[in-house]
Design a protein around this ligand. Structure first.
Ligand code: 5BU
Length: 254
């Protein structure tokens, strides 16, 4: 029996995860837009169009060629205007001592503006402690599975990711996964590799449709090229939003 987002609010304890669920309920959207473009202006224009339809914006801030701190100031303004949170998909993957600098220093100073970040678990639990030491209320998403063909996230690896999450509930609020990896409903499942097109990209990405993703356990679907390569990103985002949310509502009734 699938729990509604309202019921999930009762078992989800991380403040950022609660905030995200409240946005999902307010906007009837469990769509995360992955804005993988390399120019600030283009990024801001896209987010301005798509903002009304999303609960979460996912960034790869290090692909922006003309990055300046103003970009994140503007993104935060759009997040406020359109009521969404920001997830920097940095995929931290180093020693605790190193990731705390990557998270809080350098030119991006991710800890000063992101709501969510993610990390690979291959390093072991020290990565969680390192990130937590310099976090400013961020929620950490652990990468339990990847959407890429031939990835190495086997069952034993996923199990370790789950254990690391369970041991760090005050910081870890969910997983990147391709299907539900736990029956523990206090964690949120973020599923990438969602696109209307079922063919991959020739570089390992594997796509599922919005409804397939939700049926497999996605709480939030992550869509990049499906939206930003569309000739009308706002209308296409609205379509992804409606399909994913309808799939969620159908699951509740089934
Ligand atoms: P796409 O254009 O919808 O394929 O973009 C997917 C985004 O999600 C892209 O930014 C990837 O880096 C990200 N992603 C992913 O596709 N698969 C994964 O397993 C992880 C992240 Br982790």
């Amino acid at each position: 029996m699938v729990k509604s987002f309202s019921d999930r609010l009762k078992c989800v304890s991380h403040p950022k995860a609660q905030e995200l669920i409240n946005i999902i309920l307010r906007k009837k959207s469990n769509l995360c837009f992955s804005a993988d473009v390399t120019e600030s202006q283009k990024l801001l224009e896209l987010v301005d169009k798509v903002g009304p339809h999303i609960c979460l914006l996912k960034t790869h801030i290090d692909i922006v060629s003309d990055f300046t701190p103003d970009l994140v100031t503007e993104l935060r303004k759009l997040a406020k205007k359109y009521d969404f949170l920001i997830f920097e998909d940095r995929k931290f993957a180093d020693l605790g001592n190193t990731v705390q600098k990557q998270f809080s220093e350098g030119i991006y100073k991710i800890s000063s503006w992101a709501d969510f970040i993610n990390a690979h678990v291959v390093v072991g639990p020290g990565i969680i402690t390192g990130l937590k030491n310099v976090a400013h209320n961020q929620g950490l998403i652990l990468i339990a599975q990847m959407s890429a063909a031939g990835n190495l996230c086997h069952q034993a690896y996923i199990k370790e990711a789950l254990m690391m999450a369970e041991d760090n509930r005050s910081f870890v609020c969910g997983f990147i996964c391709t299907e539900s990896v736990t029956s523990d409903e206090s964690f949120l499942n973020f599923v990438p590799g969602v696109n209307f097109s079922s063919s991959g990209d020739g570089l390992g990405q594997q796509f599922v449709s919005p409804s397939q993703a939700v049926q497999k356990g996605a709480d939030v679907i992550i869509v990049g090229r499906g939206i930003y390569q569309s000739s009308n990103p706002a209308a296409t985002a609205k379509e992804y939003k409606e399909l994913a949310y309808t799939a969620y509502l159908n699951l509740l009734e089934s």
